[in-house]
Design a protein around this ligand. Structure first.
Ligand SMILES: C[S@@+](CC[C@H](N)C(=O)[O-])C[C@H]1O[C@@H](n2cnc3c(N)ncnc32)[C@H](O)[C@@H]1O
Length: 217
């Protein structure tokens, strides 16, 4: 597919950002913080458990946490957890991780792993920072084994200068439509499902877009 066609229908500038300096500048300082509240973090762990991608499930064993930091939010971590992010010290502090990859997906959208290397892939509260998300998700599909689960979660907070402009211009429900469409356009997953995972009430909402890697493609 012509790269320009991949994003057909998205308004011009949708994937531009206010701060277009290299991401290593913004993500250079170590941030050992949580980006969502405890209730939303619990919802992430519950989602992973429900999808059978945490360590208490009999399988899968090897999981990729894309755009990771010092916490990955598994209630029980998988046997092998590959964490990919921008900050080496944050990844080093991630006690659930068994493999750490410092890699800028906006510079190179390819995930530095072999084909069909992981059983599941997750991305928590970070998808809005990708300037070429279809290329990244297509490569996530390459490293994910057929039948493997993809779980992308998001809330209503972000680093506004680093989130793409289209994310800032749309609301929580539209974000679900956007992320589902990005996954759909890879052609590598079944129909994405969007759900609000936190109960009504105060606190950070936690939404999930989930899909399963198709057997071919
Ligand atoms: C809001 S934090 C979320 C961290 C973690 N997923 C969590 O749930 O706490 C955003 C993360 O995205 C990662 N990130 C941002 N831009 C990136 C890029 N261009 N390539 C790879 N990772 C990136 C950063 O390293 C940072 O850890």
């Amino acid at each position: 597919m012509d790269p320009a066609d991949r994003y057909a229908g998205f308004p011009p500038g949708f994937f531009d950002r206010a701060d277009d300096t290299p991401d290593q500048v913004f993500y250079g300082p170590v941030r050992l913080v949580t980006h969502i509240d405890d209730r939303a973090i619990a919802a992430v762990g519950a989602l992973y458990a429900e999808l059978g991608i945490n360590g208490s499930a009999p399988a899968p064993r090897r999981v990729l946490d894309l755009m990771s930091s010092w916490v990955s939010h598994f209630s029980t971590p998988p046997a092998e957890l590959v964490v990919l992010g921008m900050n080496a010290e944050e990844l080093a502090a991630n006690t659930a991780a068994t493999q750490r990859l410092v890699h800028d997906l906006n510079t190179d959208p390819r995930v530095p792993l072999p084909d069909a290397d992981v059983d599941a892939a997750v991305c928590c509260v970070s998808i809005d920072y990708l300037t070429r998300p279809i290329e990244v998700l297509t490569d996530v599909g390459r490293v994910l084994r057929p039948g493997g689960a993809l779980a992308i979660t998001y809330s209503n907070r972000c680093f506004p200068t680093k989130a793409v402009r289209g994310w800032l211009a749309t609301d929580d429900e539209q974000h679900g439509l956007v992320v589902a469409e990005l996954v759909r356009r890879t052609g590598l997953f079944d129909e994405p499902r969007v759900a609000l995972r936190t109960p009504p009430g105060r606190g950070d909402p936690l939404y999930a877009v989930t899909a399963t890697r198709l057997p071919t493609g």
